[in-house]
Design a protein around this ligand. Structure first.
Ligand SMILES: NC(=O)c1ccc[n+]([C@@H]2O[C@H](COP(=O)([O-])OP(=O)(O)OC[C@H]3O[C@@H](n4cnc5c(N)ncnc54)[C@H](O)[C@@H]3O)[C@@H](O)[C@H]2O)c1
Length: 254
């Protein structure tokens, strides 16, 4: 399937699952040429098959967001193919739950590098190009955990706070170039990440705890996050930059 000549070109990281997949599907349906990357080849293939089955175009890349050279090369490939990148959804993420006392350096580093360095790598590769075109929109997946502390998740919370901070600095640096940068702070969303590092019983306990604590008494669905990303990347959000927007069922209010 060939993309329409004037279609918006949107890059999505972590598109092989969860919110990245839901966003890729939503934006492809709306006419974007979506370029989706992940380290999970099977997940990426499954996302691509859903989009292609609806007759929409999709470009895929096996890209580890931590690998700066690979990120730059893949973004350059996209620019060669389409002549531009309009939007970035920097979303790839991992969790590695542990108390700080027992946390290995690998657990610390994998989370910080995937979220923070991965987002830096993609923003740098794409912003240079957006500046030349004097337009662009970026959404970064932070979390409710950017603004609260959580036991067994110090690495994850630190990464998500860093992403919120990075969002604000990028918004200030690039507003003069016509580029908007916002973050989303989802609450607990029903994706594989919420289950990772938990046994089935631990996940059920965590889910019940989330549901009883949440004002809306249920987990969010990836599609409910995708609709917010869609809005923030669109011209409907033309006066919004540097903000952390929470699709979170009311979990955190501040
Ligand atoms: N699920 C939640 O409750 C929740 C809440 C707030 C924020 N988030 C954040 O949302 C984002 C998406 O998570 P999700 O819940 O959809 O989880 P998910 O596990 O369904 O999707 C994450 C994707 O990122 C990919 N990924 C991981 N490391 C990568 C790397 N180094 N390079 C490229 N791809 C990589 C994974 O393979 C996976 O496909 C993450 O940043 C996560 O931290 C999730």
């Amino acid at each position: 399937m060939v993309a329409a000549a004037d279609s918006r070109v949107t890059v999505i990281t972590g598109g092989g699952s969860g919110m990245g997949r839901a966003t890729a599907i939503r934006l492809a349906r709306k006419g974007d040429s979506v370029c989706v990357c992940d380290i999970d080849e099977n997940g990426l293939k499954a996302t691509a098959e859903i989009i292609q089955s609806e007759g929409k175009p999709v470009t895929t890349g096996i890209v580890d967001v931590r690998d700066q050279k690979r990120v730059k090369n893949w973004c350059d490939e996209i620019i060669r193919k389409f002549g531009k990148i309009d939007c970035l959804f920097s979303n790839a993420g991992v969790a590695a739950r542990s108390t700080v006392a027992d946390m290995t350096l690998a657990q610390w580093s994998s989370v910080i590098e995937t979220h923070v360095t991965g987002t830096f790598n993609f923003c740098q590769a794409i912003l240079r190009h957006m500046v030349a075109r004097k337009s662009g929109a970026i959404v970064i997946t932070s979390s409710d955990f950017a603004v609260v502390g959580v036991p067994n998740a110090a690495n994850y919370c630190a990464a998500k706070t860093a992403l919120y901070s990075l969002t604000k600095s990028l918004a200030l640096e690039f507003a003069p170039h016509g580029i908007r940068v916002n973050a989303i702070g989802p609450g607990p969303i029903d994706t594989p990440l919420l289950r990772s590092g938990r046994t089935r019983a631990e996940y059920e306990d965590a889910r019940r705890a989330f549901e009883s604590r949440l004002p809306m008494k249920r987990l969010g669905q990836p599609e409910e996050v995708a609709s917010v990303v869609d809005f923030l990347l669109s011209d409907r959000a033309s006066y919004i930059t540097g903000q952390l927007v929470h699709p979170n069922g009311g979990q955190v209010m501040w």
